[in-house]
Design a protein around this ligand. Structure first.
Ligand code: ATP
Ligand code: MG
Length: 331
């Protein structure tokens, strides 16, 4: 028999408020997250990521649809769900005046845990915090604080752990350390991890599977490589000198489309490696002011689906418009 999924959602919707001015934050979401995976929910601001976590953890109620976590119904069995989940929130939850050990003790009290001490020692060892366990948390580094927050979330041995934007605001080094921790805890403690992020590279580097969410809807789902394989083209962006017309390049092998706006060109090609030598053979380099290549990434998947970029709110640039037009053309 196969294991039930760690998280399952069927037609789940969440509306804040009612009538005019209400917000549909989740719109008929279907998701099935396999046990033992690191699953990423990637989307721009306001997409509904935090709302999804709130609904799964029982903080927000469901407007419509069904959901289960660790095999328990999120509406009818919320206590069972809570006993099996850990949550690392984006906000700070540690008490600075308490030591690391005292924070663990407080967490154990809040959750009415018994016999938690062995587990606490194990976690402190695992996160290399044992020799600082008696120091006040106020004296910890950012990385140490993050480790302790994760230790608190793991104290009651949850089977699913939620992390809402776990690396937001962290410097690159600490972010990398946290990535290692996430993959580590998932291996060491066998937990399923659901994390939200709007960092493309984070979803790509860390997650076995990714769901891209936009305006409350899951618009794509798959492993990062499956998702990237959907965009089967490189985009070459070119700025030429005045009066240079490169439209004729569409005759070259592997060129799928050439679009322009003034001196700026977006050329959609099967392979930029094969295209660039051909381009330079046809267009003298002193006619090229600027050139860049965009390889398929989770960002281009989002761009392809929505015509917008994740985490960027400025007006659409050529490439985005290009994608929007491509998308319309395909419909
Ligand atoms: N308590 C609330 N009352 C009313 N509307 C809300 C509430 N919380 C969230 N929303 C709205 O629901 C939508 C989804 O918000 P949510 O916080 O889930 O997005 P998010 O993907 O987590 O965004 P961010 O990346 O900014 O954290 C937004 O339009 C938001 O304004
Ligand atoms: Mg959020």
């Amino acid at each position: 028999m196969t294991d039930p999924p760690a998280i399952e959602l069927r037609g789940l919707s969440k509306r804040y408020g009612s009538g005019e001015g209400s917000v549909l934050a989740l719109d008929r979401v279907n998701l099935s997250i396999t046990k033992g995976t690191v699953f990423g929910l990637l989307g721009p601001n306001g997409a509904g990521k935090t709302t999804l976590i709130k609904v799964l953890t029982g903080i927000s109620d469901v407007t419509e649809g069904e959901g289960s976590v660790a095999g328990f119904d999120i509406r009818r069995q919320s206590l069972e769900v809570r006993a099996r989940i850990g949550w690392v929130a984006a906000e700070v939850i540690l008490d600075d005046d308490f030591s690391g050990w005292e924070n663990l003790w407080l967490q154990a009290k809040l959750q009415s845990l018994t016999g938690w001490e062995d587990r606490a020692h194990q976690l402190l060892d695992y996160f290399s915090l044992a020799d600082r366990a008696k120091d006040k948390v106020g004296h910890y580094s950012t990385g140490m604080r993050k480790k302790l927050e994760i230790a608190l979330a793991l104290l009651h041995q949850p089977s699913v752990i939620f992390m809402d934007e776990p690396t937001i605001g962290l410097d690159v080094g600490t972010r990398r350390m946290l990535w290692d921790i996430v993959t580590g805890i998932h291996r060491e403690f066998g937990v399923t991890v659901l994390l939200t992020t709007h960092y493309i590279e984070e979803a790509d580097a860390l997650c076995d599977r990714v769901a891209i969410i936009d305006e409350g809807r899951i618009i794509a789902e798959g492993s990062p490589s499956e998702l990237k394989a959907r965009v089967k083209a490189d985009l070459v962006q070119l700025e030429t000198s005045d009066g240079v017309d490169v439209r004729a390049l569409s005759d070259l092998p592997g060129v799928q489309e050439v679009r322009s706006q003034g001196n700026e060109w977006v050329i959609r090609v099967a392979s930029s490696e094969e295209f660039l030598p051909r381009l330079f053979a046809r267009v003298p380099t002193d006619h090229i002011r600027r050139i860049s290549v965009e390889k398929p990434s989770l960002e281009t998947v989002f761009l392809d689906l929505t015509g917008r970029r994740i985490g960027q709110d400025e007006p659409m640039r050529d490439v985005r418009k290009f994608y929007m037009q491509m998308r319309r053309a395909r419909q």
